[in-house]
Design a protein around this ligand. Sequence first.
Ligand SMILES: Cc1ncc(COP(=O)(O)O)c(C=O)c1O
Length: 383
Amino acid sequence: MTSAAYADSLIAHRSGAGPSAVDPFALALNESPLPPLPAVRAALIDRMGAANRYPDFLPFRLRRLIADHAQVGEENVAIGSGASGLALRVFQTFATPGERIVLSTPTFDGFPAFARMAGLDLVDIPLDGDGHHDLTAMAHAAQHARMVVVCRPHNPTGTVEPVAEVERLVANVPADTIVVLDEAYIEFVSPGRRIDVSRLIARFPNVIVLRTFSKAYGLAGLRIGYALAAPALAGLLWSTQLPFGTGAGCTEAVAASYAAAAQLEQRIARIVAERSYLRARLHAAGARTTDSHANFVYLTAAERSWSEAFTGSGLRVRGYPDGAVRITVGSRASTLRVLAAVERALSGPAGAPRGRTRSAVRSMREPAPVGPAAMHRPAPTPG
Ligand SMILES: Cc1ncc(COP(=O)(O)O)c(C=O)c1O
């Protein structure tokens, strides 16, 4: 996908007035369905009263907060305009145009777009039939690449690769190949499945972990992301930190979010429970989803195309060229609308496989569909 196509497809979601905080139809961008926590909102309003003043020259306070929370040193942290801003900086800082980057396909649309902005050559490795990375093929391709990107949980399928397999990939790529481990949705993953990131970056100086406040923290509008890496890599990223580049209120919002950890945990638990409910109901209705550990579910196009199922429903979901659809987990009202659309589609004739998306389902025009071939994992169970 070109960066222009990426921008077009995102703008298509947001024509007219700005977004409203609560919108049961907005299920395309994996945002939080809830407005900011009261303490976060209060901190932001307070800071906006001095919006005539520049923010911090460099985000030292924010870096310290994040480092303490992630239990790493400040020298392990860089701050970005969302994880997106950091991904672009990582590609531009550590690769030169013409070098290769290995991506799974489909993946978060930003990665191919940013890789092209950085002039990199894309090597696309299809996911398997259950929406998992083919880590063996990725490690193989990475032998001749500058970078490889693994999303855990993956976007759009929500799957989580086992810790040992990710570590094996990291251990098997050349020492000067950078492994970007995207953890944009990590807060939705049960603690037992999380990677000990401070240990990972201490062991492997070629790993960069990307995280964001856009998803579980519900602060997509503030554009706060961060990278965790060994001091050499994090230091180089920090050296390209734009002066006054982290908006006023970001540090205060993060501090208030950390202070409200218990409330945030409740929100996350609520979304995880809603995801389980939605997956179970979809499964009972006969729709196949991948084993998602994030705040979205992914209807595969293995048996039928879902492209048209949401047309006329008013729901904004994310469609893929092969007919698969990714749906953000929202409120119970959103869930019921999704179920109604799916049940209506299932009661009609099966859609043609690999159909094109239209109207309510916005396709991001990703180049390749989910790979149908390698069905070597057991079928996922809901929940
Ligand atoms: C896997 C993944 N990584 C990174 C991002 C970028 O997040 P942001 O730039 O809002 O921090 C997204 C956003 O959807 C995502 O899905």
